[in-house]
Design a protein around this ligand. Structure first.
Ligand SMILES: Cc1ncc(COP(=O)(O)O)c(C=O)c1O
Length: 435
């Protein structure tokens, strides 16, 4: 019964347009659409979700429309949640039917609301939040925006995403500083070993450490808080790439202490596409130059200095806020625990199959939502194609180490589906099917 009582007046009042009572304005209409879609979600106070029980998650599972596919590719691209998509569709329709300045006037306010929601979600201040297009852009704002030159050194985790590596290398070639790749064993031995790797590679010339909070390769979680503490003592800046943690883990940026953090809305936050977030810690804002300048220099804080990127998709930026609201209704800690239950099942069951090496660390607090594994004698790319074609399982091939398959399940994946994915791998490994 509580399934239909879910999203009612209590929540509705907190929404942007609804609070103004201006029912004809685009945001009010989108908020109404969103609130209607949220009615099937059990309110957090009543939900009592056990991470290991699919039926406790049936309302959340039902909020995604995945055509029956077992979708486990959140590390690359996640579907927008139904309520966020409904809000986006309503907002986009409003702009398309009336692109006037008058109709779009409300959207500046919508951006502020999205920033505020992201700040609350990531435990930061709204002035520290910049709405970008994706992680790649956020990383580039830092890579291009810091004053670095000859004599300076930047430490990169060797498992950074290729876009992160490439942007540092191009900038280093141009500005004359040095980048040093710090290796990472797979499977990684311990969080301490990751910090020790940076410690050992640092010199008095080191200015920045750039790493993925959770790697997209082997799914290893870097000890962000410890890295920040050490780096701050050495006067080294930290860029934590959060593409694999924002929306997947219960992230508290002020507690993690990194100087910069980047993420994409279209991965774990389940937002409409091409929206992202860049966090610039308050006391570091004066150290980053804007590398794309739209309406001219502004002294009004990070959002103004970095968000002037010409005409943007106002509907997606506003609906990013709805996507965050959807996750907040479930709760970040509950989401992290659910993802840990899904990935633990995968790691435990896959590791029982012959020839399987799990690349992701087994401990939940040393990993995230990314499960990468290698199977001796199985062509990972062919297996990935077969899984999609024959079993409707959405995965990714991975080039890490000897090559592997990556499953990255999320709140729209059930434990039963994870079991079916393990079963499909059993079929492949036993040779019962030709891939
Ligand atoms: C760690 C990491 N950083 C950056 C990116 C790039 O994300 P986007 O294409 O959304 O900018 C990815 C994508 O998978 C990633 O995993």
């Amino acid at each position: 019964m509580s399934e239909i009582r879910g999203w009612t007046r209590r929540n509705f009042i907190g929404l942007t347009g609804a609070a103004t009572g201006a029912s004809l304005l685009p945001l009010a209409a989108a908020d109404r659409t969103f609130a209607a879609a949220m009615r099937t979600i059990r309110p957090r106070s009543e939900a009592q979700r056990s991470p290991g029980n699919d039926s406790d998650w049936s309302d959340v599972l039902g909020a995604f429309d995945l055509g029956g596919r077992i979708t486990m590719n959140s590390a690359n691209l996640a579907p927008a949640s139904g309520p966020a998509r409904a809000a986006f569709t309503s907002l986009a329709a409003s702009i398309d039917s009336d692109p006037s300045f008058q109709n779009r006037a409300q959207f500046a306010d919508a951006r502020r609301v999205t920033r505020e929601r992201l700040a609350a979600f990531l435990k930061a201040d709204p002035e520290e939040i910049v709405l970008t297009r994706n992680t790649t852009e956020g990383n580039n704002f830092i890579v291009q925006g810091l004053d670095l030159g000859p004599g300076d050194e930047v430490l990169l985790s060797a498992h950074n995403h290729p876009s992160n590596m490439a942007s540092w290398k191009v900038r280093a070639d141009r500005a004359g500083f040095k980048v040093i790749e710090v290796p990472l064993a797979t499977p990684a031995p311990s969080p301490e070993a990751l910090l020790d790797g940076f410690r050992a590679a640092a010199t008095p010339r080191t200015r920045v450490v750039s790493y993925s909070h959770v790697t997209n390769t082997a799914g290893c979680r870097y000890p962000a808080r410890e890295i920040s503490e050490w780096a701050r003592e050495q006067n080294i800046l930290t860029l934590a790439d959060g593409a694999q943690t924002c929306g997947a883990l219960d992230v508290d940026l002020h507690d993690l202490g990194c100087d910069f953090y980047t993420a994409s809305g279209h991965k774990w936050p389940c937002s409409p596409r091409e929206v992202g977030v860049l966090y610039i810690r308050n006391d570091r804002q004066s150290e980053v130059w804007p590398s794309v300048v739209g309406l001219g220099p502004s002294e009004d804080g990070a959002p103004d200095r970095f968000e002037e990127l010409g005409q943007r998709d106002d509907a997606a930026l506003a609906a990013f806020g709805h996507a965050v609201l959807f996750l907040q209704e479930i709760g970040s800690a509950a989401i992290e625990a659910r993802i840990a239950a899904l990935t633990s099942l995968l790691k435990e069951e896959l590791s029982k199959l012959p020839g399987v090496t799990i690349y992701a660390p087994l401990a939940a607090d040393f990993s995230g939502g990314v499960v990468t594994f290698h199977v001796d004698g199985v062509d990972a790319r062919r297996a990935h194609e077969w899984l999609y074609r024959e079993r409707q399982i959405v995965s990714a091939p991975s080039g890490v180490e000897a090559g592997g398959i990556r499953f990255s399940p999320h709140i729209y994946t059930s434990l039963a589906e994870c079991e079916r994915a393990v079963e499909a791998m059993r079929e492949i490994i036993s040779g019962a099917v030709q891939i």
